[in-house]
Design a protein around this ligand. Structure first.
Ligand code: GRG
Length: 300
């Protein structure tokens, strides 16, 4: 099943980013591995659709902060590869055990579990290569180091992997703990893309970094809460996986704890907080604000 992404309701910023990043990934991802299906599995997972929201957020701040095109391209490619890597591992039987991803068979269903693990590892490593290959003309060595620090923090024990581990251990038992888990699991990578891009901006400053960290914290929470809502209220054809898959695995979701109404209030609260930062950055009515609205209107 293909999800129709080119509908007129999609923000143009999302469509433009999707076309650009998919073109780049098609060119940049390794094509052939002589001795195994590794590169095929990597390409399968990195190029099997997806909204490309994380890339769109990066490109949305390109013009306002005069970020060089090459920096946005390399950072967006790195973030998409980390994201694809995390989805491959998330779908594995040892974690969420999902057969479908983006409406298509998950990587381990097509290539087997061992190759899926390796494809995830390969994509992670490729993400680092994307950053390291960023030309000096687009980011100084110092800026690249700061970007690398941003990325590894967002992925590691204090970021996405830490959030996923808390979910796996069922450690988060109250609202605050679940929100913290969501911020690590989902918000950290979104934030890393924006903050890395800011490191290539001539307008970079501690204040800009703090604003972007704040923005992505709230955005990540709103995004993940909306994801939980779609798991219950959405249509499985649109979300690309069976409805109620979170409930099936007894995941500790916010909705199970606080109920649907309160969850929606919390999502809206975090969207309002996101918009507050957008206005501090004087970015109202830009691609960035369009993407933020899309986050809570999306059906997939
Ligand atoms: C190997 C890097 C790595 C991590 C391992 C498995 C794991 C640790 C982390 C998983 C984290 C995870 C699945 C977070 C959920 C984030 C989320 C809401 C994903 C869906 O994002 P969308 O809707 O997906 O943007 P598309 O398909 O549009 O790209």
């Amino acid at each position: 099943m293909d999800i129709e992404l080119d509908t007129p309701t999609l923000p143009s910023a999302l469509l433009t980013a999707k076309n650009r990043i998919e073109g780049l990934l098609k060119t940049w991802l390794p094509v052939k591995c002589e001795h195994s299906t590794l590169t095929e599995a990597m390409r399968y997972s990195a190029l099997n659709g997806g909204k490309r929201l994380r890339s769109a957020l990066i490109y949305a701040i390109q013009d306002p902060f005069s970020i060089p095109q090459a920096a946005c391209d390399h950072i967006a490619a790195a973030i998409e590869c980390v994201h694809a890597s995390s989805l491959i591992h998330d779908d594995l039987p040892a974690l969420d055990d999902d057969d479908l991803r983006r409406g298509q068979p998950a990587c381990h269903i097509v290539y087997g579990e061992a190759m899926a693990i390796l494809a995830g590892d390969g994509l992670m490593n490729f993400a680092y290569e994307c950053l390291l290959k960023l030309p000096e003309s687009a980011a100084s060595a110092e800026a690249k180091l700061a970007m690398m620090q941003c990325l590894v923090s967002a992925i590691g024990e204090q970021g996405m992997v830490g959030g996923q581990a808390r979910e796996f251990d069922s450690q988060a038992k109250n609202e605050a703990a679940i929100l913290e888990l969501y911020a690590l699991k989902t918000g950290a990578l979104m934030g890393a893309g924006l903050q890395m891009a800011a490191h290539a901006s001539p307008l970079n400053s501690p204040r800009l970094q703090a604003n972007l960290a704040q923005l992505s914290h709230h955005l990540g929470l709103a995004f993940q809460i909306h994801d939980d809502i779609l798991d219950i209220e959405g249509c499985s054809e649109h979300i690309g996986k069976p409805q109620f898959s979170d409930q099936d695995e007894n995941k500790q979701t916010l909705i199970a704890l606080v109920g649907m109404e309160k969850a929606k209030q919390l999502r809206d609260h975090h969207i309002m907080s996101t918009k507050h930062v957008v206005s501090e950055l004087a970015l109202e009515q830009t691609a960035l604000s369009e993407l933020i609205d899309f986050i809570i209107q999306r059906q997939f």
